[in-house]
Design a protein around this ligand. Structure first.
Ligand code: SAM
Ligand code: SF4
Length: 341
């Protein structure tokens, strides 16, 4: 971190980011691109259009915005997208963000689909990244290709192996889909736990238009948990990672299993995070439309600290996700790849 940035941090208020419901924001999801090399069926449509690259925050702006959040008590940043590792200057961005580690920032992490991980794992570890979330919805070559619309499973498995060989702790995120992978979940858990990889199951959320009907994809995780309890003994675990996952220990594998249940068991009361899109729009809630344009603030030299304070007053109480009938419009028109997963 440069002396100028260190000085600017000192000059900020250091007042924590507290919303009107008394929740303190300590966690920023920072999207660096809306682009992706996969087209997961629950995330985006096959013919997705992406933003012009000229709209994106550049590396210096991302560093500046991170600095402002850290000065207000954000201790954890997760870099995401789209697929963060497809952004051309991602290593420059991560290098800049890693400069905040130990200077207010406790943890820098990444969510990735793993396709580019074999190439980058060593450098990620050098930047001080200790843990990554890796999205993997199937271990079957054909269903992986079907869910991702053309993805190559072996590329991702090579990425996981590379990450582990460089000491990165990998956690698998699995979006559970009624027809595509629900029956595969016990095998995914056994496979991952054998490799010392925790697994988190996620309910599909109604974000953006996709080509399929979400009603045909969504399955409540309460159903999946009841099924899993036929094979496994699950014991509640109070482990937390700062995210919304609730964890269970699996006696038969010795591993940990998380459940993210935005629809069947809302967790908004404990929300500690906000999301910044790659174009600098700050969304105080994944499932609502209100945003604060931080790119405008950065580019006009306006007071970013004041903008953050004001944005916090608009953090909504909760999302309104519901998938209870066929043909329903999504809760918000933005895809997860746009807001930053
Ligand atoms: N491309 C990276 C990846 O797939 O990990 C990072 C971005 S992706 C948008 C972040 C996470 O959001 C992934 O775990 C993905 O499975 C999840 N996701 C995307 N769309 C979703 C949806 N509609 N409902 C639930 N999870 C979703
Ligand atoms: Fe890409 Fe991640 Fe969305 Fe899949 S979930 S299409 S990998 S952004």
């Amino acid at each position: 971190m440069t002396a100028v940035i260190a000085k600017k941090i000192e000059n900020l208020t250091h007042a924590p980011l507290v919303d009107s419901f008394g929740r303190t924001v300590t966690y920023l999801r920072l999207s660096v691109t809306d682009r992706c090399d996969l087209r997961c069926t629950y995330c985006m449509s096959e013919r997705m259009t992406f933003l012009p690259k000229s709209d994106l925050l550049d590396a210096a702006e991302l560093e500046e915005v991170a600095r402002a959040f850290i000065a207000r008590g954000v201790t954890k940043i997760r870099v995401t997208g789209g697929e963060p590792l497809v952004r051309r200057n991602i290593m420059d961005i991560l290098s800049r963000l890693s400069g905040f580690l130990g200077r207010g920032l406790d943890e820098l992490t990444l969510t990735t689909n793993g396709t580019q991980l074999a190439k980058h794992a060593q450098q990620l570890a050098k930047f001080g990244i200790r843990r990554i979330n890796l999205s993997l919805d199937s271990l079957n070559t054909e269903s992986f290709a079907r869910i991702t619309r053309g993805g190559n499973l072996s590329q991702v498995l090579d990425g996981i192996a590379a990450a582990q060989s460089h000491g990165l702790k990998v956690k698998l995120n699995v979006v559970v889909l009624k027809h595509d992978n629900a029956s595969e979940i016990p095998d995914i858990i056994r496979w991952a736990h054998r490799r010392d990889i925790d697994v988190t199951l996620i309910e599909a959320m109604p974000l953006g238009d996709i080509d399929a009907d979400r009603f045909d994809q969504y399955i409540p995780l309460s159903v999946i948990r009841a099924e899993l309890e036929k094979d496994f003994t699950l014991t509640a675990d109070d482990y937390r990672t700062g995210g919304p996952s609730r964890y269970w220990q699996v006696a038969e594998t010795g591993g940990r299993l998380g459940f993210i249940t935005p629809l069947s068991d809302n967790f908004c009361g404990g929300c500690n995070r906000v999301r910044l899109t790659c174009t600098g729009k700050l969304f105080m809630c994944l499932g609502q439309d209100d945003d604060a344009d931080l790119r405008e603030v950065l580019r006009t030299g306006a007071d970013i600290d004041a903008a953050l304070t004001e944005a916090m007053t608009r953090k909504p109480k909760a999302h309104d996700f519901l998938i209870d009938a066929p043909g329903k419009a999504p809760a918000v028109s933005r895809h997860m790849s746009m807001t930053g997963g």
